[in-house]
Design a protein around this ligand. Structure first.
Ligand code: PAF
Length: 309
């Protein structure tokens, strides 16, 4: 069946209910995106298609999560190419609402607050970013709820033993802080959805895929590879049960003149608090997340790698 493009919440509800009923679907997956899709998003979509009977992808450039109007304006909008990419992955429905559809009364007065977890790392240099991102994710999770538009007669046959179909939403590991915050929001506010993390996709040279990479010159892109090299070094040290020695990693990144390091650290994957000294000077054991952010030319890049030893 050809992919369907809808732009209102009412159309999304109807189309999702029709598809679930038609496919006798037991599960629905939601892939929230801001468009400008690349292979990383394609992997999210493919994973959702493998795991669900009906898959909805949303494309919405959310003004609430941009601190800077210039950044919002220059965010790439490539709807036709995005829909084609999603169709290739087997996505059923694309939800591409307008700003008025999502925020009919203008900017919402009541928002989700990310709290202390949203103020560190990325939050420190992008104040309010995670409140804006979580607010729209909360709305998108509501819009994408399966069966929300099912007729009271219940034409739909549920696979969940009589209840509504199961519901999963897909987020990239690349945005580790966003992922940790979405998990917290869903747990703290009892959203009936399973959050599925999908590993970061990298180009052959190691650079994590990002919609912003297109703004890097060739020279800047080459310089940016120091981020993934730094993470790989820490990963190798963890695998070898060696001390991670974050200071030496920071020095390695700082030696690249085109790269302005914002932070590098090894943190607890759930709380994002830096791990105790024990990972620094003595062999690393346990679970961790190495996180890095840097400005390269016009672009702020983030990357991370889960560590387990
Ligand atoms: O990761 C993104 O693309 C965005 O932050 C999201 C989750 C779609 C919310 O706007």
């Amino acid at each position: 069946m050809a992919i369907q493009l809808v732009t209102t919440a009412a159309e999304l509800r109807d189309a999702s209910a029709r598809l679930l009923s038609h496919k006798q679907g037991r599960s629905q997956g939601l892939v929230p995106t801001m468009g400008a899709l690349h292979e990383g998003h394609a992997t999210l979509a493919r994973t959702a298609v493998e795991q669900n009977d009906v898959v909805v992808a949303s494309i919405f450039v959310n003004p609430l999560q941009f601190g800077d109007a210039v950044d919002l304006d220059r965010y790439p909008r490539t709807l036709d190419a995005d829909v084609a990419l999603l169709e290739e992955q087997g996505v059923d429905l694309v939800f591409a609402p307008s700003v008025d559809e999502v925020y009919p009364g203008g900017e919402p007065q009541v928002r989700v607050t990310a709290g202390a977890l949203g103020e560190k790392w990325e939050g420190a240099s992008r104040p309010g970013h995670f409140d804006g991102a979580l607010t729209v994710v909360a709305k998108l999770l509501h819009y994408g709820t399966p069966g929300a538009g099912l007729p009271p007669s219940g034409a739909f046959v549920s696979g969940g033993g009589g209840g509504l179909p199961s519901y999963r939403a897909y987020f990239g590991q690349k945005d580790a802080q966003q992922l940790a915050l979405v998990r917290r929001m869903v747990a703290d506010l009892n959203f009936p959805v399973d959050i599925v993390a999908v590993p970061t996709v990298r180009s052959g040279d190691g650079l994590a895929l990002s919609s912003r990479n297109r703004f890097l010159s060739e020279e800047q892109r080459e310089a940016a590879l120091v981020l993934s090299r730094a993470l790989r070094l820490v990963e190798e040290r963890a695998e070898a049960h060696e001390p991670l020695d974050p200071d030496s990693v920071r020095a390695m990144v700082a030696s690249q003149p085109l790269v302005e390091l914002d932070y590098f650290d090894v943190v607890d994957p759930r709380t994002l608090e830096p791990l105790a000294e024990n990972c620094r000077k003595v062999p690393f054991r346990g679970e961790g997340l190495a996180i890095i952010a840097a400005r390269v030319g016009p672009v702020r890049l983030i990357d991370n790698v889960p560590l387990s030893s």
